[in-house]
Structure formats: structure tokens, C-alpha cells
Design a protein. Structure first.
Length: 235
């Protein structure tokens, strides 16, 4: 009979994941012990080893898991959309949802990636590169000026800038009742709408900048050609 985790076992693993992410984000991976995580979910520290091999395994599960989830969800959203603009909007919406609903994981990634084992860190980086490439492809499809070969670095820089914008949410959005955050802030829906608008605006600005540069270059080429023709006529 296959060793398939029970529904209660899966629910317990999810509970451990949530509490581990919360504690790691609040106090750092090195500042949290297995016993403390166990206490947070109502089991003994050693009891955690029935679900995870150790604290390192928990961190890997969280960071590799979210990288896999973002890539899979991104591919699903882009593939299920009608047209480039809709695909990009779906990608933006998915990442905004992640940023608003999984802020602990963003904090964890920013601070604890170097605490992963080398193999797990390479896996995260590989998944992240694939996720970036998905975005770059959709951005260049949605904005024709960015589709030119010379514009690829601009599209890539814009994608990273938008990630930075959206992923700054843990530092800019409140409140977060789960962490007892009482700072005044926008509602979730208002913040989501703001982030989506800013992301679209950033990509539009990148495309406009490329188009403007191309127009200036075309004018310069025309002027050079005209000068050449004039000089030839005089000769």
C-alpha cells in the first residue's frame, strides 16, 4: 500500500509551514528553535520530525515551494488568457495576490535565502529565472516597442523593477492582523488596485521610452542621410 499522507497529516504540515514562516519572518531563521515552532502548532518539538526532517527542511519547503507555486500559477494564468494584454494583467494580478497574502514569505526570501543548502538555493534560483523569463516574454508580447531585439534589456529591467515594487508590500502595506500590525494603511483591495496600476504604468513607461529613443534615432539617421545627399550634390 503506498505511503500517502493522510488529510490530517497534510493539514498539520500546512499549519507548521504557516507558523514557521511567521516565526522565521518575525525573528529570523537562526533565531527560532524547533521547540518554539512545535509549541506554536501544539505539538512537541521532536514531534515535528514526523513532518519535516528539521528546520533546514522547513525553510527549503517554504522557499522552494513558493518559487514552484509562482511559476506554475504564472504559466497557468498566462496560458489561459486571451491575448498578450490579458496574459500580462493576469500575471500582475497573481503576483499582487502573492505579495498581499504571503508577506511572510517575501520577508523570508529577502532575508534567509543564503541560509538554504546550496542545492536548494540553486533550485530556487532556477525557478526564479524561469519565472522572470515568463514575464519578459509576456511583457514583450504586450508592448510591441519592447519586442525589438535591442529592447530586450529594457523589458527585463522593467520586469525586475516591477517585482521590486510589488514585493515591497511587506514594508508599505498595513495593517497585518496576523502580526498585530496596527499601522494605518490602504485596504487590501485598494492596495491591490494601486499595485496593478503602478505595474502597468511601469511597463507602459518602458515601452514609451524605447519608442521615443527609436524615434530620435530615426530622425538622426534621416538628418544624416539628408546631409550626405547635400554634400554629394555640392561635390
Amino acid at each position: 500500500m503506498p505511503n500517502v499522507p493522510s488529510a490530517s497529516g497534510l493539514a498539520r504540515r500546512d499549519q507548521i509551514r504557516r507558523e514557521a514562516a511567521r516565526l522565521f519572518a518575525a525573528r529570523g531563521f537562526l533565531g527560532v528553535g524547533v521547540d518554539e515552532i512545535g509549541k506554536a502548532v501544539g505539538i512537541s518539538g521532536p514531534g515535528l520530525y514526523r513532518h519535516f526532517a528539521g528546520k533546514d527542511a522547513m525553510l527549503a519547503d517554504l522557499l522552494v515551494g513558493i518559487s514552484e507555486r509562482l511559476l506554475e500559477e504564472g504559466r497557468r494564468r498566462a496560458g489561459g488568457s486571451e491575448g498578450p494584454a490579458a496574459a500580462l494583467d493576469a500575471l500582475i494580478g497573481g503576483h499582487v495576490d502573492f505579495a498581499l497574502d504571503d508577506r511572510d514569505l517575501i520577508t523570508l526570501h529577502d532575508r534567509e535565502l543564503l541560509n538554504l543548502r546550496d542545492e536548494d538555493r540553486r533550485t530556487v534560483r532556477r525557478l526564479q529565472r524561469a519565472y522572470v523569463e515568463l514575464w519578459v516574454e509576456e511583457v514583450r508580447r504586450a508592448f510591441p516597442p519592447l519586442a525589438a531585439p535591442a529592447a530586450e534589456p529594457v523589458a527585463r529591467a522593467a520586469v525586475h523593477a516591477v517585482f521590486g515594487l510589488i514585493n515591497s508590500t511587506p514594508h508599505s502595506h498595513g495593517p497585518n492582523p496576523a502580526q498585530g500590525d496596527e499601522r494605518a494603511g490602504l485596504t487590501r483591495d485598494a492596495m491591490a488596485a494601486l499595485l496593478r496600476g503602478l505595474a502597468h504604468g511601469a511597463f507602459s513607461a518602458a515601452a514609451d521610452a524605447v519608442a521615443a529613443t527609436a524615434a530620435v534615432a530615426a530622425v538622426e539617421v534621416t538628418a544624416t542621410d539628408a546631409t550626405t545627399v547635400t554634400d554629394a550634390a555640392r561635390a
